[in-house]
Design a protein around this ligand. Structure first.
Ligand SMILES: [Zn+2]
Length: 325
């Protein structure tokens, strides 16, 4: 069978490696002991949970590990559980599989820092995305701020669309200002922006980037979160949630209508990365990877959407390869 964590072969349930990463080695079932919140008979959610809003509009629940069981909890949650979102977007029942696949590609193919995550099923068979919280330790919650908070932007100060009110260049400026190890963090940020572009994550707004206090007391970027191919659910949305540059678009963008190699090359320079490093990093994204196809094939997306996901990926790889001088 397929491990619902890493998507590799597993004898039974989550493979030993995923069990270790996710559950301290415990044999946790791939099925939760309670029904989804949409099940009319489900009362598990009534008294136990307040909806936690960490970011975005999706309802998320907090879980903790008790012996070998994942239980809903109000306090001290070690995991976030994201069931099928509600709303008017397409194929929302596929969103948990989409996020799980995209996070696994980020981790396994592009070596982005992501928290341990897996797909899990409610008792009624409905899927959910499960992810370990990175802001919780034995000794409590670690100080963390998203870039809307860092920029001091709220709906009161910047209107309803405040999460979309800066460019990626301006986030990089904030990184420069507030993160002492910005040279390292800049490359992390650059790779994440490229990843979001190539995997059609069109909702990477200000609140989907955060900084967290390190053990040394200074701030670093958090692991990446909320990565998914949003184009599947919202085919007409723009390629990126924020513009790359604070001052409009390049000539190439104006003639093609989308970002190409040149834009990202310029962006890399603007945020202070060496040219040779920029080339090396973009090159990781301009070649199609066998492992991406493998993971798509093994994912829990339904076949039709595996095809859509693949098409989106190939389309973006092709765009990123254009205007390479
Ligand atoms: Zn595994």
């Amino acid at each position: 069978m397929i491990c619902q964590g890493c998507l590799k072969e597993s004898e039974k349930g989550y493979c030993p490696k995923c069990r270790k990463e996710l559950f301290e080695g415990k044999k946790v079932s791939t099925e939760l002991s309670f029904n989804s919140p949409y099940d009319e008979d489900s009362d598990a959610f009534l008294d136990h949970t307040k909806k936690i809003s960490i970011s975005g509009v999706q309802v998320k629940y907090s879980l903790r590990l008790e012996n070998n069981d994942l239980k809903l909890t109000e306090r001290g949650g070690q995991y976030i559980l994201k069931p099928i979102p509600t709303g008017t977007f397409k194929y929302l029942d596929q969103a948990p599989a989409n996020e799980h696949l995209t996070m696994q590609i980020a981790k396994q193919v592009f070596k982005l820092s992501v928290p341990p995550n897996a797909l899990i099923f409610f008792k009624d068979g409905s899927p959910a995305y499960l992810v370990r919280r990175f802001d919780q330790t034995e000794s409590g919650k670690i100080q963390q701020e998203d870039f809307a908070q860092i920029a001091q932007m709220t709906s009161e100060t910047h209107g309803e669309n405040y999460k979309y009110d800066l460019s990626y260049e301006e986030i990089a400026e904030l990184i420069k200002k507030y993160i002492p190890t910005q040279r390292i963090e800049n490359e992390k940020f650059f790779r994440l922006i490229l990843f979001n572009y190539v995997f059609s994550n069109g909702d990477a707004h200000l609140k989907n980037f955060s900084a967290i206090q390190s053990a040394q007391g200074d701030y670093v970027l958090t692991p990446a979160y909320d990565l998914l191919c949003t184009r599947i659910h919202s085919p007409s949305e723009s390629d990126m949630a924020l513009t790359l540059f604070k001052d409009g678009f390049s000539k190439a963008y104006e003639s093609y209508g989308f970002y190409t190699y040149q834009d990202f090359y310029e962006f890399g320079q603007l945020i202070g990365i060496q040219k040779s490093r920029i080339k090396k990093i973009i090159a990781e994204f301009t070649e199609p990877h066998e492992l991406v196809y493998f993971l798509i094939g093994r994912s829990f997306l339904k076949d039709q959407l595996k095809t859509t996901y693949t098409t989106c990926y190939e389309d973006k790889v092709a765009r990123l390869g254009m205007m390479r001088s």
